[in-house]
Design a protein around this ligand. Structure first.
Ligand code: FE2
Length: 434
């Protein structure tokens, strides 16, 4: 499964770049991150031949194989490489620490030093579209990257253009938001751009819930716009508090609690159609069903889209890892939603959401009675399918199972897998066999 090694390398590269920017070269966390990068690089070249990571269009390729999932996960690495016109990175066996540090510094935007040791070559190889396996990148994936870009734009310019944001939501709707694969897309995480990934995931989940609830296209457009912007107050206001590594201090917390108002103000300042509802959702998404929550709005009932956003916001937040706590399983998140049904959340919407995602949404990792560990694949038909992982399984194996076969739900980290990459590799193998 070289796709997984490619993904591990990109993750290590991303982390090393971040640590270099934040701590500098002398920092011990940086040294650890660079060591992890060395290990990932040597795993890629373990067979003694070079490994080529290429950038074609909006996707990473490893030795001509598409890394679709990793392209979304490490969108910022992709954008940094594009900006520096790096089309291929060639790793030679035994690539040195100095070269890898230079590469990470370049990708992290810390320095302009090119790797000069001879173990890492930039733009020395070429990937022509004829050579690579051109598989259509799903439009959901492309739109995911565009929505991250539009949120980064809001953060950079401190200006919100609702028309641009609506355009990405419309692309999502045209590209299959609401399908089972869009639920899988909504599990992509990236800790360093947490708010952006969270916002896009909440948008995808809200659109799926809206579709499931039978909303019309116009309503879905407005729901999607509102969901994508629900935390825009965090984008505009408090990057510093967001990047904190530990629990929030009281002061940070006070700042964070202002984000509903800040978001609503930013949206209302961007005169455009749909802004009243989007502003209401930004203002109300931390309102509880029983009138509590923040800010204090006098206990009046929130807009339907605010209540929908609150449900999917909670689900996404619980299943995502945070600096101060690990991610929790979808089963845990559903239990938390159920516990809050009627107090924190609108009980009808909680029930609808649970019915929609099912007990084991795509990307869940489960253990079956037969002992296998399985990553649940998207499935639009009846019955469940999954890819068997671990236990020295060579290649991947697709398996059908029923809910009664499941004995436990695991965290991806416990099982040592990246669900998106596992499913991607399996899909790829299946396509090769066809
Ligand atoms: Fe929020």
């Amino acid at each position: 499964m070289s796709e997984l090694l490619g993904r591990d390398f990109l993750r290590a590269l991303f982390h090393a770049g971040q640590r270099l920017v934040e701590g500098g070269e002398e920092d011990s966390a940086t040294a650890n991150a660079v060591s992890a990068l060395e290990i990932a690089a040597s795993a890629l070249t373990a067979d003694g031949s070079e490994a080529v990571i290429g950038l074609v269009g909006d996707s990473f390729y490893l030795d001509r194989k598409l890394l679709a999932n990793a392209s979304t996960e490490f969108d910022s690495v992709l954008q940094a490489m594009k900006q520096r016109r790096i089309e291929t990175v060639t790793l030679l066996p035994g690539a040195g620490r100095g070269d890898l540090t230079d590469l990470a510094g370049l990708v992290g935007g810390r320095s302009e030093d090119l790797p000069a040791g001879g173990g890492v070559l930039l733009n020395e190889r070429h990937m022509s579209p004829g050579e690579i396996e051109l598989r259509p990148v799903s439009s959901l994936r492309r739109t995911y990257s565009q929505s991250l870009g539009s949120l980064r734009g809001v953060s950079r310019s401190r200006a919100l253009h609702l028309g641009d944001v609506q355009a990405v939501v419309d692309d999502f709707l045209a590209g299959g938001a609401g399908s089972s694969s869009s639920l899988l897309m909504a599990t992509v995480q990236n800790h360093d751009e947490r708010t952006y990934y969270h916002s896009v995931n909440v948008c995808l989940l809200a659109l799926a819930l809206g579709r499931f609830a039978g909303l019309a296209l116009d309503q879905l457009r407005l729901l999607g716009l509102s969901a994508l912007l629900h935390d825009v107050g965090r984008v505009v206001v408090d990057e510093a508090a967001l990047r904190t590594e530990g629990r929030l201090t009281n002061e940070d917390w006070a700042q964070v609690r202002l984000h509903p108002q800040e978001g609503a103000i930013a949206i209302l300042a961007a005169a455009a159609s749909g802004q009243e509802v989007a502003a209401a959702v930004a203002l109300e998404h931390h309102q509880r069903f029983d009138g509590g929550g923040y800010p204090d709005l006098g206990g009046r009932r929130s807009h339907l889209y605010s209540r929908m956003t609150a449900v999917v916001d909670t689900y996404e937040a619980v299943t995502a890892p945070r600096p101060y706590r690990p991610a929790r399983t979808p089963a845990d998140a559903l239990a938390i939603l159920l516990q809050g049904a009627g107090t924190v959340h609108d009980p009808d919407l909680v029930r609808l959401f649970i019915e929609m995602v099912g007990a084991y949404p795509p990307g869940s990792v489960v253990r079956l009675a037969g002992g296998q560990t399985v990553v649940v694949a998207p499935n639009d038909d009846a019955g469940m399918r999954g890819v068997v992982v671990g236990d020295g399984v060579a290649g991947s194996r697709l398996l059908s199972f029923v809910a009664a076969d499941v004995v436990a739900q695991l965290l991806p980290a416990e099982a040592g897998v990246s669900p998106g990459s596992v499913l991607e590799a399996a899909e790829h193998e299946a396509a090769l066999r066809r």
